[in-house]
Design a protein around this ligand. Structure first.
Ligand code: NAD
Length: 293
């Protein structure tokens, strides 16, 4: 692919686009934020003044937007689907509602336009290092066409099923992530309150049946691991506001699929409270704060 359009150059989008650029692909870039556009220009991307302009001479379009509304605005209100060349493949990588994702993909399919939902896991670090995991829904032939781009921006690509499936799998993953992070934080606190050293306790649990990703890679207790947000005042990482967004989407999915998710609901309430306390811009491991003196 020679040129890719990229809309949404925030914490995730900018480093993802930057990795494509480093791999020799030209980027038509657009974001509502002038600051984001300036950064994109400084990196050598071709900045545009509207989403429609991004469509000039591209082989693929990637969107990395904050929420449902932004995705609907771009594809439906601003009528990108009506303007895009039918040879262009659309990779919609924002985390949004599976239903919205399906609706937009269906409209694209009706117009003979290839569209994948491809939300990511791996966070800002993964975006910077090009080690994201793409979780893809849609037609598997379209996935084959998009694979060279996924391989530049990520390490792993999983095909989850038809349109919307990528979003469903992503929400399942993030609900579980929230649950084991909350469980890990309260458990370490109980051990520490009972006189144990958090590092020793974490090491024991990591190597026992309580082992999980939060313990292995992202310990929420300050000082246990060096390179994680917990040891840096919970700054950076995956924000509480984004985790709450995903838990709300997961709750919606549970309702639609008539699934009983009591722990998912509880995790949502815990993250709601953290956001209400003004911690929306802290990393999601800051749930540990609830259990620190
Ligand atoms: P962000 O808020 O940093 O970036 C979003 C960008 O989109 C902003 O620069 C904003 O100006 C731009 N934008 C919003 N509406 C727009 C529009 N209509 N047209 C053009 N630009 C528009 O968010 P992020 O952290 O980069 O996350 C992007 C998506 O990736 C979200 O859906 C998020 O849930 C998901 N995600 C984030 C992480 C993470 O760790 N940050 C991890 C996995 C997935």
């Amino acid at each position: 692919m020679k040129r890719v359009g990229f809309i949404g150059l925030g914490n995730m989008g900018l480093p993802m686009a930057s990795n494509l650029l480093k791999a020799g692909i030209e980027i038509n870039a657009f974001d509502l934020s002038t600051d984001a556009l300036r950064k994109a220009e400084d990196l050598g991307m071709i900045t545009k003044t509207s989403a429609i302009e991004v469509l000039e001479d591209i082989d693929a379009l990637i969107t990395m937007l904050p929420n449902n509304i932004a995705v609907e605005n771009i594809f439906l209100k601003e009528n990108l689907l009506g303007e895009i060349n039918k040879n262009v493949i659309i990779i919609e990588s924002s985390t949004i509602s599976p239903q919205v994702s399906k609706n937009v993909s269906k409209k694209a399919a009706d117009m003979d336009i290839a569209m994948l939902d491809a939300p990511v896991s791996g966070g800002v670090k993964g975006a910077e290092l090009g080690t994201l995991t793409f979780i893809v829904g849609g037609n598997d032939d379209h996935l084959k066409k998009a694979t060279p781009l996924f391989e530049i921006m990520g390490d792993k690509t999983f095909y989850a099923g038809r349109s919307g499936s990528g979003q469903i799998a992503k929400l399942c993953n993030n609900m579980l992530l929230a649950i084991h992070m909350c469980g890990t934080a309260e458990t370490i606190a109980m051990g520490v309150n009972s006189g144990l050293d958090p590092t020793i306790l974490s090491e024991i649990m990591k190597n026992s049946s309580g082992g999980n990703w939060s313990l292995e890679k992202y310990n929420p207790f300050p000082g246990v691991m060096k390179e994680v947000p917990a040891s840096n005042d919970y700054s950076g990482g995956f924000l509480n506001s984004l985790m709450l967004k995903d838990l709300n989407l997961a709750e919606e999915l549970a309702t639609q699929s008539e699934s009983n998710t009591p722990l998912g609901k509880l995790a949502k309430e815990i993250y709601e409270e953290l956001n209400n306390q003004g911690f929306e811009n802290l990393d999601f491991s800051s749930v540990q704060k609830n259990y620190l003196d």
